[in-house]
Design a protein around this ligand. Structure first.
Ligand code: PNS
Length: 165
């Protein structure tokens, strides 16, 4: 059984991420969406919220599951019996970071391959950070987020404004 891991912060998951998940679910027997618990960052959504939002977004893909992880990705991969890291590649600007990460992961575990899927052009400019910035500044997006994620962002921002954070 070929198991792939699609790792990321997913704060929150976007249509760009879901496009990669859909496409790699056609290639691998099982895909684990691995959500990073990063104590150095303050995400908009907690790890539990991010996992729940992804779970709601992937209901139609029976071979895809979501797990939170911390620490080294290659260690998590070994625990999951996974041999392939899947990453989406948007533009040249992604390449430097992804290239060094792939080489480092291979150094850490030569049995693990990183495979890249080129993003669809309609999502080439999309990132979770840009989405958060747009919504925090009162804008909206069309076709870039599942409806329930948009509602969750709006709710979260309203709550933050109410709490004065
Ligand atoms: O969505 P992101 O924030 O770009 O995802 C980055 C992620 C989670 C893929 C990356 O930070 C990661 O793999 N972190 C785990 C720690 C690790 O294994 N580091 C060594 C790789 S060089």
């Amino acid at each position: 059984m070929k198991i792939a891991v699609y790792p990321g912060s997913f704060d929150p998951i976007t249509m760009g991420h879901l496009n990669i998940i859909e496409r790699c679910s056609k290639v691998f027997d099982k895909v684990i969406v691995a959500v990073l618990i990063n104590p150095d960052k303050t995400p908009l959504f907690t790890i539990e919220e991010r996992v729940e939002l992804i779970n709601k977004s992937i209901k139609e893909y029976s071979s895809v599951e979501v797990k939170a992880f911390s620490g080294l990705l290659v260690k998590f991969m070994a625990q999951q019996n996974a041999s392939v890291i899947v990453k989406g590649l948007r533009a040249i600007s992604d390449f430097d970071f992804e290239f060094s990460m792939a080489l480092m992961n291979r150094k850490l575990n030569p049995d693990i391959e990183t495979m890249f899927l080129m993003t669809e052009d309609r999502y080439a400019f999309l990132s979770s950070s840009k989405i958060k910035e747009i919504y925090m500044l009162g804008g909206t997006s069309e076709g870039l987020l599942p409806e329930h994620i948009e509602q969750s962002i709006l709710k979260k921002i309203a709550q933050k404004n109410h709490d004065g954070i």
